[in-house]
Design a protein around this ligand. Structure first.
Ligand code: PRE
Length: 312
């Protein structure tokens, strides 16, 4: 009998008990597949690039703190990777300690920098004068508390119970209701089929010339394509040269989106396609203007073919 195909191996930002793990459980509900916690976003992406994992679940942006630089840069540096899914997760933080510890005993607190940035005010109120320590993830901070390396962690409630910690304070977020957007990334291959409600992500390096960003934006605007995110990142070559990381509505298989990407390929110094995947934020893409619809593109193609064949 031929061997059964090996189950999909999923890397994620670990250790057990991270928000990334919770997001992975939401993305992958089927029990099959191996889950490999990784010590950092870079390690999770490297596992996919090397073939040790088939996909990685990593945080991309947070509604309070903005983008996650390790993921933004990790998707651009190195062999191409593409996003195949997005997952949104409500994030709520607790202050966790070893059983028996009271607030007055806490002399150190640790967490992922994104979690610390979302809880800074509350931590100052609860633990005045203590400078928080960064860890590679919120669950890594909980594990460090369990190991006696720090006194308190800002982490998910699930991480507190996973590492046998007590919760000293619930809901320590400065802005309740925060949401983190995670993405599942794979090596390039067959793209997810268009669903009619998709997003496309890319990073474009624009030249250092007047109007370069406007030219880029125009390619989307003239085709009636809405952007859902755009931000600049340094290219790390020199000050003044930037890449623009953006998400737009639609799938690369949609004629208007394909044409916009082709135009960017002509205009920009470099374009890295980061995938087309189903939109999962619970919102619907804006209706497409009649002149940008698939039917309008098909009709224009027929017209052009007739012109080219001499049928004026
Ligand atoms: O440390 C974790 O648990 C993560 O999944 C990472 C991460 C992030 O990178 O933003 C995810 C959600 C929270 O915003 C805090 C930390």
């Amino acid at each position: 009998m031929p061997p059964s195909p090996s189950p999909t191996r999923f890397a994620y930002l670990g250790p057990e008990g991270t928000f990334a793990e919770a997001a992975l459980s939401r993305a992958i509900t089927a029990p099959e597949g191996r889950r490999d916690p990784q010590p950092s976003v870079a390690a999770a992406l490297a596992a996919v690039r090397s073939g040790d994992a088939d996909a990685a679940l990593v945080p991309l942006e947070n509604s309070v703190e903005g983008s996650v630089p390790a993921t933004m840069d990790g998707l651009v540096d190195g062999e191409p990777l593409v996003i195949t899914r997005e997952v949104f997760l409500d994030v709520a933080f607790v202050l966790a300690v070893r059983p028996g510890t009271v607030l007055a005993d806490v002399g150190s607190v640790a967490s992922h920098p994104h979690a610390l940035a979302q809880t800074g005010r509350r931590l100052t109120e609860l633990l005045p004068g203590i400078s928080p320590l960064p860890t590679t993830s919120t669950a890594a901070a909980a594990a460090a508390v369990a190991a006696g390396e720090v006194d308190a962690a800002v982490c998910a409630a699930i991480a507190a119970s996973r590492y046998g910690l007590d919760v000293l304070a619930d809901d320590v977020a400065d802005h309740p209701g925060a949401v983190t957007r995670f993405v599942l990334v794979s090596r390039p291959g067959r793209l997810p089929d268009p669903t009619g409600n998709d997003k496309t992500s890319l990073v474009a390096v624009v030249g250092d010339r007047t109007g370069a960003l406007l030219e880029l934006l125009q390619e989307f605007a003239v085709r009636g394509i809405s952007l859902t995110r755009i931000e600049s990142r340094p290219t790390r070559q020199r000050l003044g040269v930037y890449s623009f990381s953006l998400d737009c509505e639609g799938h690369v298989a949609d004629p208007r989106v394909g044409e916009a990407l082709a135009a960017l390929h002509r205009l920009c110094d470099d374009v890295r396609f980061l995938g087309s995947y189903p939109r999962a934020d619970g919102r619907e893409n804006r209706p497409v203007r009649q002149e940008s619809s698939d039917a309008a593109f098909a009709d224009a193609d027929v017209w052009l073919a007739r012109l080219r064949s001499g049928e004026v």
